[in-house]
Design a protein around this ligand. Sequence first.
Ligand code: DHB
Ligand code: FE
Length: 282
Amino acid sequence: MAAILGGLTSSHIPAVGNAIAKELYEDLYWKPFFSGYPPIREWLGDHKPDVAINIYNDHGLGFFLDKMPTFAIGAAHEYKNEDEGWGIPQLPPFPGDPELSWHIIESMVEQEFDITSCQELAVDHGFVVPMQLFWPGAPNNPDMPRTVPISANTVQHPIPTLKRALDFGKALRRALLSYPDDVKIVVLGTGGLSHQLDGERAGFINKSFDEMCMDKIVTDPEALTKISRMELVEKAGAQGTEFLMWMMMRGALGDQVTPVHSHYHIPISNTGAGTMMLECAA
Ligand code: DHB
Ligand code: FE
């Protein structure tokens, strides 16, 4: 049977992709951010997951404002990355797991989540930058897991509620645990924490709100479902809505989790960057 080992969170800032390309690991600006990752890489090296479910939000590469699925699940053999205009080098395709993808899609629809299935899907910085941070050299890392991308709309309102995101994760957990193959799975929630890239509040970051989210995502994710979408935008910034990805990830981990590692650094580019590794109860 499939086992869910734990969840990983990371920001997915494009500038990080450029810093990786330039190997700025020791640079004074970047070092405090990159220092959040080695303990998680060590854990991944010890546990060697077979599959990474990557929950991210597409920013206009895979989908655009003309067609914006609320929840989309990849079902491809591989996922191409393309130039989005950020100057990040284009990466080779990431390996998929169509059999697991279709199992998840079947199960989610059975559980009354209406999702968009994608037999072709270009994956943007929201997907690839965290992969590079957790598996350096990705996708050409010897431990690179197979991937299933899941994208949720945080770009064009109306976006899902925090409760719906957590419920999606809970349904995803049931889908994964009913997969008959012996695969070890980790679930990524990428994006956030607080940030706003445009308008009057461009550059807005809310450290105390981010810290509260990093605490409650471990101890009481249900409490976070009380936050309305309007309040989330107010407290976390227009792009802080990416916290929905964390809620989806958290729902997939079950009731009890143990934080193996937690790291917060501001600012990186325009964002409060939270990095976490949450291990599931055995
Ligand atoms: C930044 C953050 C994001 O989440 C994103 O998608 C693009 C840019 C930033 O802080 O620069
Ligand atoms: Fe983003």
